[in-house]
Design a protein around this ligand. Structure first.
Ligand code: ADP
Ligand code: MG
Length: 396
């Protein structure tokens, strides 16, 4: 369904409340990766260029104690934003009260203001994270318009997304939110075929919802990573010391039966005696020998996966093919990633924190059509769930 977009709004002279996703890695006040700030720029710039006042809300990390506030202030983020926008940005070290209200009332058209970490409100009964009705209403009262550009938070019902939305006549999507909905939405609802999903990572339980939803929609589902061996166990293969979720074996059996030849499991694996890069390791086909654990997919599997990918028109990748953090078990992820980067004629989408990290490490990121900024949110989208943050945006 088409959503109201920030560009549909007349922002001139208006106080525009914008929920952005500035939940960046931060240590001792130093930002590790500013991707999410960069991703929010188009929406902020649009409001500035059209003479609106941009009032930005975001959470950062989790606030459980008074002590957490020191490490998780948005001040360094506001400073980085100022550098990126090449203009002053006002930072207000409060989430409510006179200082914030005065600062907002003093804004001129084209000004940008960052409100302190919305989760500072969590110290007082989780008001942000539990969508306290009073808080959403209060924040809504500070502005004229509302834009939600925080896809990474869309799977949560917070005061700063769902709460503000429900107290405004309408809520619009920002450009990042629009892009995420378009690419993930098209992949799930309207993919160009062949549609191939590559699913890996640690646990079956994390990805089971995605597999179930994509069984009907995808033409092939390539499985790698730690969850492979629960499927192996379901097929009666030996798994040695490999990662397994014994309580998911029955579910894996069911999926195998339902998916038929859509589900492609690795035929060979790199196995090691310990979970260590220095452990003795080798490639084996089929059964994993006793005393060994599988830590990557093997060369034959890589070749088969590449073969399937060759003709793909839509590919969604979530989860590495092995323990890519260790160089001896990174090859499967690396080669599958490269094959994805080489697909010039397909829409390629990556979701998931570790898969995104792998893509960046490989340098293939620029060749990918869309890398989702939301780990949990992209997974839930691929599961076919309705995300509360998106549902709260006005339909056109
Ligand atoms: P994403 O963040 O992309 O969704 P996940 O968090 O589900 O991915 O999984 C990533 C983790 O899975 C990585 O830390 C990786 O080391 C681990 N992993 C991949 N393959 C295996 C395996 N065969 N055994 C154990 N862990 C694995
Ligand atoms: Mg992860």
């Amino acid at each position: 369904m088409a959503k109201l977009i920030v560009s549909d709004l007349d922002v001139k002279d208006k106080k525009v409340l914008v929920r952005v996703d500035f939940n960046v890695p931060i240590k001792n006040g130093v930002i590790g990766d500013d991707n999410r700030i960069v991703a929010a720029l188009p929406t902020i710039q649009y409001i500035i260029d059209n003479n609106g006042k941009a009032i930005l809300f975001s959470h950062l990390g989790r606030i459980k104690t008074e002590e957490d506030k020191k490490e998780l202030s948005l001040r360094p983020v506001a400073e980085r934003l100022s550098e990126l926008l090449k203009k002053p940005v006002t930072f207000v070290p409060a989430t409510r009260g006179k200082e914030l209200e005065d600062a907002i009332n003093n804004m001129k058209d084209g000004d940008v203001l960052v409100v302190e970490n919305t989760r500072f409100e969590d110290l007082d009964g989780k008001k942000e994270s539990k969508n306290d009705p009073e808080l959403g209403k209060y924040w809504a009262s500070l502005g004229d318009l509302y834009v939600n550009d925080a896809f990474g938070t869309a799977h949560r019902s917070h005061a700063s997304n769902v709460g503000i939305s429900s107290n405004m006549p309408q809520a619009a999507a920002g450009f990042l939110m629009e892009k995420e909905i378009k690419f993930l939405g098209d992949a799930v609802e309207n993919p160009k075929h062949p549609f191939v999903a590559i699913l890996g990572g640690a646990k079956v339980s994390d990805k089971i919802g995605v597999i179930s939803n994509l069984i009907e929609k995808a033409d092939k589902i390539l499985v790698g990573g730690g969850m492979t061996y629960t499927f192996y166990a379901a097929k009666g293969l030996s798994i040695g010391k490999s990662l397994v979720e014994t309580d998911k074996i029955d579910l894996a059996k069911q999926i195998i039966a339902e998916a038929g030849d859509k589900l492609v499991l690795p035929v060979d694996n790199v196995v090691a005696t310990e979970f260590s890069n220095d452990a003795p390791h080798k490639v084996v086909e089929g059964d994993i020998p006793d005393g060994y654990m599988a830590l990557d997919i093997g060369p034959k599997s890589v070749a088969e996966f590449k073969d399937v990918l060759k003709t793909a028109k839509t590919v969604v990748w979530n989860g590495p093919m092995g323990v890519f953090e260790m160089s001896n078990y990174a090859k499967g992820t690396l080669e599958v990633g490269e094959a994805l980067g080489d697909l010039t004629d397909a829409t390629t989408i990556i979701g998931g924190g570790d898969s995104t990290a792998a893509a960046k490490q490989l340098g293939i990121a620029p060749k990918i059509t869309h890398i989702s900024t939301g780990g949990g949110a992209s997974l839930e989208y691929l599961e076919g769930k309705e995300l509360p943050g998106i549902a709260a945006i006005t339909n056109k």
